[in-house]
Design a protein around this ligand. Structure first.
Ligand SMILES: Cc1cc2nc3c(=O)[nH]c(=O)nc-3n(C[C@H](O)[C@H](O)[C@H](O)COP(=O)(O)OP(=O)(O)OC[C@H]3O[C@@H](n4cnc5c(N)ncnc54)[C@H](O)[C@@H]3O)c2cc1C
Length: 494
């Protein structure tokens, strides 16, 4: 007997998790399936973490609409879900007078999109706000509604809140195809079992083209991966206080220099279209491009302080905007296709997809209501996902009280980021259990400092094995096939 749900969401990135959370508000059964060992392992885990103001997308596009609607939703969202979010504004910086018209054009575009709180600053004003800026700065667009967040926390918090409100999340569960009755989709086949559903929602990011083609929708729509490489800097050595964009080019928003909610400076991303949808490597050329781009904004940035490189893959679609007269080929798809009912289809959700995620979730619910779905609000829906203790952010007094309650919070496992055993254990037993090293890392920020996990990894492996009741040889970095250990050699003192 196949289990039946009202809604099945395919893909547990920030968009799928947000949709699951939005649907959890209503009297309905919801299943979220994710092919990886954790949620948020795709595009949502490797991006610039900026909540964009909305001056960048093409006016009239669905991207612009979702960005500008999504941005103001973040204050309430961060308050309810308890993730790190700072609305500190952002700058688009003109280096030299010749770049000023480009910045002014962006401001005009922002006004057309309905972005509030933008002003032009002159060179002296920018220099006063960012001491490390290129002295040749001629001015900047200052967008006060720009923000930064921890995108891992956002995805986890949204999905956890969904689970707290009754959503079922299945990890390591890959969508393989649809179960149909005549032309009607009645469920999904997965690598584990089949599930029946009244509605299926395609939120599969990089593979959303594959999902929609299996539903018989938009055979011409294809997703290409556009890789973005990054440098991460040690916050002890260099700290930039702001989010600094260069003027955009035909390749996109350009190489920015930004701070993160954890205080690290990050440089990136590049924008290289590649054939392999899984190739998140970094390249010599990409890193050189980053170095050149960063120096344009912050000439004093010294690459010797870089502690990590990584890359993320944008799911770049080829869907034209619906606005007449606009020749723009990379808009979002958010629709219930006319010829395939009971299927909500999303595609091409590249940047600003993180910013837009709550607005996309809201739009999905609106589409369902417009399609006649009787969504009745639960009386006991709880929007709050409580925060878990973060040792590094606490005062001495708070730390002392916590350690008295549970001495495992007094045992520091990650020395760079001050993450304790108590925090790791709390994540293993959270509403969506963190069962891999990377899942712990994404949730606690452990392993992201100067030693890049060199000290904490063996200890985390032991803690995971103990808490999950498995052998250390079964503990993985990011799921099956990424085990750390082959065989026991000697007893490790814990
Ligand atoms: C380099 C870069 C920089 C960016 N910077 C920003 C930024 O600063 N601000 C911003 O707003 N946006 C930014 N973005 C965009 C943003 O990260 C994405 O738009 C957003 O994360 C998309 O979320 P998603 O849930 O649609 O996709 P994903 O996070 O990729 O989630 C899709 C999920 O579906 C799963 N899946 C796929 N196929 C299957 C299957 N068959 N069965 C089950 N599960 C499946 C995947 O494993 C994945 O977890 C950036 C993106 C990149 C790559």
């Amino acid at each position: 007997m196949q289990e039946k749900f009202d809604f099945i969401v395919i893909g547990g990135g920030v968009v799928g998790s947000m949709i699951a959370r939005w649907l959890s508000r209503y009297e309905a059964s919801v299943l979220l399936i994710e092919k990886e060992a954790d949620i948020g392992m795709g595009c949502s885990s490797a991006n610039t973490a900026i909540v964009h103001a909305g001056y960048d997308p093409m006016p009239g596009s669905l991207k612009a609409k979702m960005n500008v609607r999504g941005n103001p939703m973040w204050d309430q969202l961060a308050g309810e879900l308890n993730f790190a979010f700072e609305r500190r504004g952002d700058y688009v910086v003109a280096i030299g007078d010749e770049e000023i018209p480009l910045v002014e054009k962006l401001m005009e575009q922002g006004k057309k999109n309905g972005v509030p709180g933008m002003i032009m600053l002159n060179g002296a004003e920018v220099r006063a706000r960012e001491k490390n800026i290129n002295p040749e700065v001629a001015g900047a667009l200052w967008a006060s509604t720009g923000g930064i967040c921890d995108p891992f926390q956002v995805t986890v918090a949204a999905a956890e809140n969904a689970v707290m409100n009754g959503v079922k999340v299945m990890l390591n569960t890959a969508f393989l195809g649809f179960i149909t009755e005549g032309n009607r989709i009645i469920g999904v086949r997965t690598n584990h079992e089949d599930f029946l559903a009244r509605w299926t929602i395609n939120s599969a990011g990089m593979y959303s083209d594959d999902v929609m083609h299996k539903a018989g929708v938009r055979p011409e729509f294809l997703i290409k991966a556009r890789r973005g490489e990054y440098f991460v800097f040690d916050r002890a050595d260099i700290q930039i206080d702001n989010v600094l964009f260069p003027v955009p080019s035909s390749k996109g928003k350009g190489i920015l220099v930004t701070t993160t909610v954890h205080g690290n400076t990050v440089v990136g991303p590049t924008g290289t279209v590649i054939d392999d949808k899984e190739d998140s490597s970094t390249s010599t050329e990409g890193l050189q491009e980053l170095a050149d781009g960063a120096k344009k904004l912050i000439p004093g940035l010294n690459l010797k302080y870089a502690i990590a490189t990584f890359s993320g893959l944008r799911p770049m679609g080829n869907a034209p905007t619906k606005t007449p007269g606009l020749n723009y080929n990379a808009d979002y798809i958010i629709e219930i296709p006319e010829d395939v009912q009971v299927f909500v289809n999303l595609g091409g959700i590249e940047s600003p997809g993180l910013t837009s995620a709550p607005a996309i979730a809201e739009m999905v619910v609106d589409l369902l209501k417009d399609a006649g779905e009787p969504l009745v609000e639960k009386k006991d829906w709880d929007p709050i996902r409580p925060a878990r203790p973060r040792f590094r952010d606490m005062t001495h007094k708070e730390r002392q009280l916590l350690c008295e309650m549970d001495p495992r919070f007094g045992r520091v496992i990650c020395r760079c980021e001050n993450v304790t055993e108590g925090e790791i254990i709390a994540e293993v037993h959270a509403p969506i259990p963190a069962i891999t090293y990377d899942a712990i890392k994404r949730r606690t920020w452990l392993g992201t400092g100067r030693c890049q996990g060199g000290f904490d990894m063996p200890r985390v492996v032991n803690i995971l094995a103990r808490e999950l009741g498995i052998s250390p040889t079964e503990v993985t970095k990011r799921g099956h096939g990424s085990e750390y250990l082959y065989r026991p050699t000697k007893e490790v003192e814990d």
